[in-house]
Design a protein around this ligand. Structure first.
Ligand code: HEM
Length: 167
């Protein structure tokens, strides 16, 4: 019963984290980018704040629940199993990919998004000026960083399905 509740919570929080980032990257942020710059600023600060307020604790819980589900309540009960079986290796890859994805979001994407908010509006709005070009370059960089984060999520998701089939 406890395994059932744990997996229920793990999957619910996992889809909340992965789904939240997917929705932000492919719906919310592209929609906000169509607004005039002043309005983008007004929306992006609370959006960043509310997103990290939710996604930070959710992602920590997903990782902890996943670890407990696979070890105490799962088959990964020795180092030999961890590095000597397909399931163990998939578990290890999932753990490392999730921690990397978490750190990437927290220490690379969040600061890059905050840097966008810090660009002086007057300079950004002078089209063709150095400020506008630097802003456009930062937007492009942020998109690239977000795509790399998605790659992390797809690796994790694949590992979850593989483990379901004992691999
Ligand atoms: C973004 C992060 C994560 C998401 C979205 C996620 C999602 C899921 C989903 C949907 C399942 C159910 C799979 C199925 O029954 O078909 C699952 C199961 C599981 N997850 Fe995760 N997970 C994440 C991170 C982790 C981490 C970091 C670990 C631990 C290293 C982990 C360990 C497990 C284990 C052991 C299972 C049970 C696999 C089995 O059936 O034997 N997960 N996860």
């Amino acid at each position: 019963m406890i395994v059932l509740v744990m997996q229920w919570l793990h999957v619910l929080l996992g889809i909340c984290w992965f789904g939240g980032v997917l929705y932000l990257d492919f719906v919310v942020i592209p929609a906000v980018m169509t607004l005039p710059l002043e309005q983008q600023r007004a929306v992006s600060k609370p959006l960043t704040l509310f997103s990290s307020r939710l996604l930070f604790p959710v992602s920590i819980l997903v990782i902890l629940l996943g670890l407990v589900r696979g070890t105490i309540f799962g088959p990964v009960q020795s180092w030999d199993f961890l590095i000597g079986t397909t399931y163990g290796l998939t578990f290890l890859v999932a753990f490392m990919a999730t921690v990397a994805t978490f750190l990437w979001g927290h220490f690379v994407i969040d600061p890059a998004a905050r840097r966008l908010d810090a660009f002086p509006l007057e300079e950004v709005m002078q089209s063709g000026g150095a400020g506008a070009l630097a802003f456009a370059a930062q937007v492009k960089r942020l998109k690239m960083l977000a795509i790399l984060q998605m790659l992390g999520f797809f690796i994790i998701f694949t590992c979850m399905i593989l483990m379901r089939f004992g691999l």
